[in-house]
Design a protein around this ligand. Structure first.
Ligand SMILES: Cc1cc2nc3c(=O)[nH]c(=O)nc-3n(C[C@H](O)[C@H](O)[C@H](O)COP(=O)(O)OP(=O)(O)OC[C@H]3O[C@@H](n4cnc5c(N)ncnc54)[C@H](O)[C@@H]3O)c2cc1C
Length: 526
C-alpha cells in the first residue's frame, strides 16, 4: 500500500483504553495506525490526574477486574511497562458501627465472615456459588463476537451451545439463569439474606454504573453479567502509577509498531468514497485517509453524526437514536495529609475496596433520588486509597482517596453550578461518619459530576458503559440490533468502544475483539 504523511492502514477515533487496545492489536499485526484523540491528553476515563502537584489520582476509573491476561500477554504489556501495585484486592462493606464485613475470597475469610454474619453465612455461600455457575455459563460469550441473530443457523448453533453448557454444569443452571433474567437484585437479596449491610453491598455491586435502582427488573442478571465479566480478568487489581500507566504502555506498543497518536485532533466526519469508509476529517479541516476506520467513541455519535444517517437503514437509525440514559456516577478525588482512620477497620484493609452502602434501602433511595434529579442525603460510595499500595502517588505519609459516587444525577435540580459545593459536602460528611476527622486531613480535592466526566475525559454522557447496559442492550442487541459484530453497514468502519459488546469497564475487550474482526476481514479479502 502506498503511504504518505496523511495516509494510513487504519485510523482509530478516540485514545481511551479501548481505542488504544484496538490500535495496539493492529500495530502488532503490522498495520500502520493513526490514533486521533480530541482532548489534549490520551486515556479517556482511564487516566491518572494530578489533583495538585505531587498528588496523582486515578482520574475516573480506579480499579480493574476484567482486563484479560490473554490481551496482556498478546500485547506484551508488561514488557512495555504495565505493573500492578496490588492484586486480589478485597472488598469490605463498611458498617456505621465499625462491625465491617469482608466479602470472603477464601475459606479462612469465610470462617470470619460466618462468625460475623452467622445467619447469612450459608445463604452467602450458596449465592456466590450460584452466581459463579451461572456466570460461567455465559462467560465464554463475553470474550468473543456475539452471534448475529439475523442468521438462523448461527442462532441455532448459539442456542445449542448454551443448552449444552447448561447441561454439563448441572441440569438446572440454565433454568435458574432464565429466572434471573427478569428478576430484581433487591427481590433476590430480600428473599435470601437478613443482614442489611450485606444486602447493601451486593445491591451496590449489581447496580454500579447503570441507572437502575436495585428493585428494577433485570438487575439480578446484572450481577451475573458482572461476575461473567470478572471471569475474563485476573481478580481486582490496581495499576501501579494509576490507569494512566496502562495508557502509556499501550501507546508505546502503537509507537513500536510504527503507529502514531495525535492529540487535539477531534474527528468531525468520517468520509465515504465509492460507498466505503475512506478516512476522516478533523475539526480543523485536515483530511486523513485510511481504508479502515475504527471508532472507540459512542456508537450513536459515530454512525449518526460522524458517518451520517445515510449509511444506515431508517429503522437502524431509530434504534441507535433511542436516547441512552446519561451517566449516573460521579468521582471525588482527595489529597490527604494523613491516612483517614476508619472506625474499626484493621490496618491491613486500608488498601481494600471499601463500600459505603449500609443497606439495600439506602442504595434504593440513592437511585430513586438520582432518577428524580435530586441529591440523596445519604450517598452510596466506593472508596479506594491507591497510595497505600503505591506510595509514589503522594508525598511520604500522605494519601490519595479515590471515591466513586453511585447514583449521581446527570442533571440535578437547580443545576450543577448551584449544587456542586453542597454535593461535595454531603459526600465528605458521609465519609466522615465512617472516618471521623477526615475533613481536617484534606489538602485538596477534585469533584467530577457526570457532565464533568464527559467534558473533561470524553466519556460520552459521562456514562460508564457509553450507552445503557440493560437486558435489551446486551449481546446481539448491543449497541443496537444489527450492530453487535463491530462491523457496520458502512464497509471499512468498525465500532470498538465501551458502547459495544461486552460493555464498559477497563476490560479492553471491545477494542480487542473489534480489531480482531477487522484484521480477519482484511485477511479474508486478500
Ligand atoms: C465515575 C466512573 C468510575 C469508573 N470506575 C471504573 C473502575 O474503577 N473500573 C472499571 O473497570 N471501570 C470503571 N468505569 C468505567 C470505565 O471508565 C469506562 O467504561 C471505560 O473507561 C471506557 O473506555 P473506552 O476506551 O471505551 O472509552 P473512553 O474512556 O470514553 O474513551 C473515549 C475517548 O474518545 C475521545 N473522543 C471522543 N470523541 C472524539 C472525537 N470526535 N474525536 C476524537 N476523539 C474523541 C474521548 O476524548 C476519549 O478520550 C468508571 C466509569 C465512571 C463514569
Amino acid at each position: 500500500m502506498s503511504r504518505s504523511g496523511n495516509t494510513f492502514d487504519a485510523i482509530v477515533i478516540g485514545a481511551g483504553h479501548n481505542g488504544l487496545v484496538a490500535a495496539a492489536r493492529l500495530a502488532r499485526a503490522g498495520r500502520r495506525v493513526l490514533v486521533l484523540e480530541a482532548r489534549d491528553a490520551p486515556g479517556g476515563a482511564s487516566a491518572t490526574s494530578e489533583i495538585v502537584p505531587g498528588y496523582a489520582a486515578p482520574a475516573v476509573a480506579h480499579l480493574v477486574d476484567a482486563f484479560p491476561k490473554r490481551i496482556e500477554r498478546a500485547l506484551k504489556l508488561a514488557k512495555h511497562g504495565l505493573r500492578y501495585a496490588a492484586r486480589d484486592i478485597p472488598t469490605v462493606a463498611l458498617d456505621p458501627d465499625g462491625g465491617h464485613v469482608l466479602l470472603p475470597r477464601n475459606r479462612r475469610e469465610f470462617s470470619r465472615f460466618a462468625k460475623r454474619l452467622p445467619r447469612d453465612a450459608e445463604a452467602y455461600r450458596d449465592y456466590a456459588a450460584d452466581l459463579h455457575t451461572q456466570a460461567a455459563l455465559i462467560a465464554p460469550l463475553l470474550g468473543d463476537i456475539p452471534p448475529d441473530l439475523r442468521e438462523p443457523e448461527v442462532l441455532r448453533k448459539f442456542c445449542r451451545r448454551l443448552v449444552w453448557r447448561g447441561e454439563i454444569s448441572g441440569g438446572s443452571t440454565l433454568q435458574k439463569l432464565m429466572r434471573r433474567l427478569p428478576e430484581s437484585i433487591g427481590d433476590r437479596l430480600d428473599a435470601e439474606f437478613e443482614s442489611p449491610l450485606l444486602k447493601g453491598a451486593l445491591a451496590f455491586d449489581a447496580t454500579l454504573g447503570g441507572g437502575e435502582g436495585p428493585y428494577a427488573p433485570g438487575t439480578s442478571f446484572r450481577a451475573v453479567w458482572r461476575e461473567a465479566l470478572r471471569m475474563q480478568g485476573q481478580g481486582l487489581r490496581q495499576i501501579a502509577g494509576g490507569p494512566g500507566a496502562l495508557i502509556r504502555a499501550l501507546i508505546a506498543i502503537v509507537s513500536a509498531g510504527g503507529g502514531e497518536l495525535r492529540l487535539n485532533a477531534a474527528v468531525e466526519r468520517i468520509f465515504i468514497e465509492n460507498g466505503v469508509a475512506a478516512g476522516v476529517e478533523l475539526l480543523d479541516g485536515t483530511l486523513l485517509r485510511a481504508p479502515l476506520v475504527l471508532s472507540a467513541i459512542n456508537p450513536r455519535v459515530t454512525l449518526l453524526e460522524l458517518a451520517g444517517a445515510q449509511c444506515v437503514e431508517t429503522h437502524q437509525a431509530l434504534e441507535l437514536s433511542r436516547a441512552p440514559r446519561p451517566g449516573t456516577t460521579a468521582k471525588l478525588n482527595l489529597a490527604l495529609e494523613r491516612a483517614p482512620l476508619f472506625t474499626g477497620l484493621a490496618a491491613e484493609l486500608h488498601g481494600a475496596r471499601l463500600l459505603i452502602a449500609p443497606s439495600l434501602q439506602e442504595v434504593d433511595e440513592a437511585a430513586a433520588a438520582c432518577n428524580e434529579g435530586r441529591l440523596t442525603s445519604a450517598p452510596v460510595l466506593e472508596l479506594h486509597m491507591p497510595s497505600v499500595a503505591d506510595p509514589a502517588l503522594a508525598p511520604e505519609g500522605h494519601q490519595i482517596l479515590s471515591v466513586i459516587v453511585h447514583s449521581a444525577p446527570h442533571e440535578v435540580e437547580g443545576g450543577w453550578p448551584m449544587r456542586r459545593e453542597g454535593f461535595v459536602q454531603k459526600v465528605v460528611r458521609r465519609i466522615a461518619s465512617f472516618a471521623p476527622g477526615i475533613e481536617e486531613a484534606m489538602i485538596a480535592g477534585e469533584i467530577l459530576t457526570p457532565p464533568d466526566i464527559e467534558l473533561k475525559y470524553g466519556l460520552a454522557g459521562g456514562d460508564w458503559h457509553q450507552g445503557d447496559l440493560r437486558l435489551d442492550r446486551l449481546l446481539a442487541f448491543r449497541p443496537a440490533p444489527g450492530f453487535s459484530r463491530y462491523e457496520t453497514p458502512l464497509a471499512g468502519l468498525y465500532l470498538c468502544g465501551a458502547g459495544n459488546h461486552p460493555g464498559g469497564g477497563v476490560t479492553g475487550l471491545p477494542g480487542w475483539i473489534a480489531a480482531g474482526a477487522a484484521i480477519d476481514k482484511m485477511e479474508a479479502g486478500r
